[in-house]
Design a protein around this ligand. Structure first.
Ligand SMILES: *[C@@H]1O[C@H](CO)[C@@H](O)[C@H](O)[C@H]1NC(C)=O
Ligand SMILES: *[C@@H]1O[C@H](CO)[C@@H](O)[C@H](O)[C@H]1NC(C)=O
Ligand SMILES: *[C@@H]1O[C@H](CO)[C@@H](O)[C@H](O)[C@H]1NC(C)=O
Length: 323
């Protein structure tokens, strides 16, 4: 602690140091939502990140129970010019993007709305969820959404940054399917941003990333889906040239919009080439457009009919937590 404050004063940042501790004090009027280092909640929340590069030392954790409580907190933090970081799903690995040393860590863990509209056209999702949660909830309705391709990816980070998804050739980025955002603004107002209400903010939130406010609910177009044909097709080193040619052929003429591919060369003792193939069909397998890949003999393949929820669980196992 002493070393850190010495470094701060040498850098001439004494003022910053003072403002950091005031953030937690400013929140003290908020009941049961601010947690310090000696609490179990802090112990859990300060470590709840996908990547270990994010492990830092926030002065306190603010875990709002509602958008109203978050709005009260934001107003208090802005009033004292405090520093804070916000964590949604916690999947981003860039240090400091969703955690902070000494300032306030705001976590979305308890903003967990998850519901389907009566006409089944819209799914409303709180920022505390991962896509694995969302797909599992939608599966019994025969629905899915244009979200992350790996179950452990968080909802808000993906949607605010754009959102590459399995349905991209049909619907665009994940953010293109958002109909409405409930947002806490810097002045503590809670607004809906959509085509007719705060349309400039609605535009900015579609890929503009995280500095326009804190989104407390995403209303997304639901996508009808029972099963899809999907999996990973892996080939040995001798076929790498053919594999790369298949990737180039697909990319130069994506004539079937039900498709999505993720080709990769996998280094190791022996080089492998592996492609994630996704086809939005419950009854058609091995579509023509994938032939350049699937005609290469596989050393392993998980291609089969499955739900998006099952598939995101499968792909999620490819990313190691806590790295
Ligand atoms: C808040 O989130 C934490 C972590 O997921 C959970 O253990 C706790 O039960 C939640 N509290 C409420 C009131 O939802
Ligand atoms: C907060 O800012 C929004 C957007 O500029 C504005 O519409 C709203 O009236 C402001 N609220 C308060 C309480 O000042
Ligand atoms: C847009 O926001 C307005 C104002 O809050 C709300 O009445 C309307 O239902 C919203 N539209 C959508 C599509 O959510």
């Amino acid at each position: 602690m002493r070393a850190a404050s010495t470094i701060f004063s040498l850098a001439g940042s004494v003022a910053v140091d003072a403002s950091l501790s005031t953030g937690c004090t400013a929140l003290s009027a908020i009941d049961n939502a601010v947690f310090y280092q000696d609490s179990a909640v802090y112990g859990y929340e300060a470590k709840h990140f996908w990547s270990n590069t994010e492990l830092m030392s926030p002065a306190c954790v603010f875990r709002p129970q509602s958008s109203t409580q978050l709005a009260d907190g934001i107003k208090a933090l802005v009033d004292v010019d405090a520093q804070f970081a916000v964590r949604g799903g916690g999947h981003m690995g860039i240090r400091g993007s969703n955690n902070i040393d000494n300032g306030v860590l705001i976590v979305m863990s308890n903003l967990t709305t998850l519901s389907v509209s009566e006409d089944k056209s819209t799914v409303s999702i709180g920022p505390g969820h991962t896509w694995g949660d969302v797909y599992a909830h939608l599966e019994p309705y025969g629905l899915t959404a244009a979200g992350g391709r790996l179950g452990p990816v968080g909802v808000p980070g993906l949607l605010l940054a754009g959102g590459i998804n399995f349905y991209g050739n049909q619907v665009g980025f994940g953010c293109d399917t958002v109909k409405n955002y409930e947002v806490v603004l810097a002045n503590g107002s809670i607004v809906n941003a959509n085509k007719t209400s705060h349309p400039d903010l609605f535009w900015a939130l579609k890929g503009g990333s995280s500095n326009f406010g804190i989104v407390t609910r995403f209303d997304l177009e639901a996508i009808k889906s029972t099963k899809v044909w999907a999996g990973t097709h892996t080939v040995s080193a001798q076929y790498v040239d053919r594999f790369l040619e298949a990737a180039a052929t697909y990319a130069s003429n994506i004539y079937d919009e039900k498709t999505h591919v993720v080709p990769a060369l996998v280094p190791g003792d022996e080089l492998l080439a592996s492609v994630i193939l996704f086809y939005d069909s419950e009854d058609e397998s091995y579509p023509e457009i994938f032939k350049p890949f699937t005609d290469i003999p596989a050393i392993s393949s998980t291609l089969d009919f499955k739900t998006v929820s099952e598939f995101a669980t499968e792909t999620g196992q490819m990313v190691v937590p806590g790295i």
